[in-house]
Design a protein around this ligand. Sequence first.
Ligand SMILES: *[C@@H]1O[C@H](CO)[C@@H](O)[C@H](O)[C@H]1NC(C)=O
Ligand SMILES: *[C@@H]1O[C@H](CO)[C@@H](O)[C@H](O)[C@H]1NC(C)=O
Ligand SMILES: *[C@@H]1O[C@H](CO)[C@@H](O)[C@H](O)[C@H]1NC(C)=O
Ligand SMILES: *[C@@H]1O[C@H](CO)[C@@H](O)[C@H](O)[C@H]1NC(C)=O
Length: 428
Amino acid sequence: MKRLRSYYSHLRHHHVMERKWIFPLAIGSMVSLFLLFLTTLTSPDGTSFLPFYRSLSSFSSRFVESKLRPLPISTLPPPPRLAYLISGSAGDGRMLKRTLQALYHPLNSYVVHLDRESSAEERLDLQTFVAGHEVFKRFGNVRMITKANLVTYRGPTMVANTLHAAAILLRDGGDWDWFINLSASDYPLVTPDDLLHTFSYLPRDLNFIDHTSNIGWKEFQRAKPIIIDPGLYMTKKADVFWVTQRRSVPTAFKLFTGSAWMALSRPFVDYTIWGWDNLPRTVLMYYANFISSPEGYFHTVICNAPEFRNTTVNSDLHFISWDNPPKQHPHHLNLADMRRMIESNAPFARKFRQDDPVLDKIDSELLSRGPGMFTPGGWCIGRRENETDPCSEIGNTTVLRPGPGAKRLGTMINSLLSNENFRPRQCK
Ligand SMILES: *[C@@H]1O[C@H](CO)[C@@H](O)[C@H](O)[C@H]1NC(C)=O
Ligand SMILES: *[C@@H]1O[C@H](CO)[C@@H](O)[C@H](O)[C@H]1NC(C)=O
Ligand SMILES: *[C@@H]1O[C@H](CO)[C@@H](O)[C@H](O)[C@H]1NC(C)=O
Ligand SMILES: *[C@@H]1O[C@H](CO)[C@@H](O)[C@H](O)[C@H]1NC(C)=O
């Protein structure tokens, strides 16, 4: 450990001046681990990082050091780019704007969507906000789906909406690395710089998706019933309805289920959208009649695709608090949950009520974000005086300023990628 740290501080003093480290030592061990990943990614024989990772524990730090020393100056990995979908329904417009500002970074791409249940005024208000914002205009990285989709909660139209946004981001969103699906009632617990910094050390092909094949009660209540989502073919919204016949559990592929929140790699999103393999398409058609398809579609595709199942990390990167016993919806987070939220080390939490005081506390304590402003990061070089947003003055957008959130997130990622958690929990 000592050696790693001294290696790290050597690195820091010579090459890493650009990032303004706030917790250098704590981040140090994490960096070392992530550098290991990187060296294996670029290994000459083209083998992936994965076989190497499995035997990580058997490497001594001496090995690590000798292996890492010859790396070129560019060892500080470039920040990745994240592509977000943030969606909401009637009444979510204001909260959606807040979540967008809290998550915003010029390197990322954003698609926002208010479904067709929200009023024309509410959608117009969001559209005006997106189109009129100086920073959004300058970077051109926030898009709104103005032709709103009809989205049925629990229905396949929800998956269709997610795929729609992913397709828009593939076409117009530039070179992003991960697609992250959020709703207006989600909120970050770390800054965009914390996320970009930590993810910059990760292989770009990892998929963060909470999943299991142990579908239990869901076999009877989800897999066997057949539903129809009128949102697919009607102009007005109506809830899904059930067909009297039931179907058997698939034998052509294995069902997986899990959380509807995920961070998907670009290669996997390419795979699902382009459909050069028929699996994503047939599974999509199967899920058209499946209740709560967002909790199964991507999980089933990824775990039945041999080229992707080894890239799964079994987590949705969220803090979600379920009642005990769990109800249909998670419980709304409030000030009393603050400590548990921080201790979870998760980068996102849900769900929040609009204007709940806990959001102000997250803004001030975790994000250093002023009301109506962006979460500040290395790209913001203005002074915070007289209520002006420091991000109204824009510096170098590739300069990151990770803070305590990067340390928390690093702890979470290290645990997810540990020998106990990573391989043994893939598509089981
Ligand atoms: C994507 O985000 C929405 C939030 O609006 C969520 O309800 C949905 O289930 C998510 N997941 C998928 C796979 O569509
Ligand atoms: C995935 O991992 C399994 C078990 O470790 C291995 O047998 C298989 O070859 C890997 N698949 C790919 C595509 O790397
Ligand atoms: C902030 O406001 C005060 C009083 O309104 C003014 O005296 C001061 O010059 C302002 N500072 C800046 C940097 O604009
Ligand atoms: C921005 O910072 C990066 C390093 O983070 C540096 O390589 C690049 O030259 C800088 N760009 C400008 C325009 O200063």
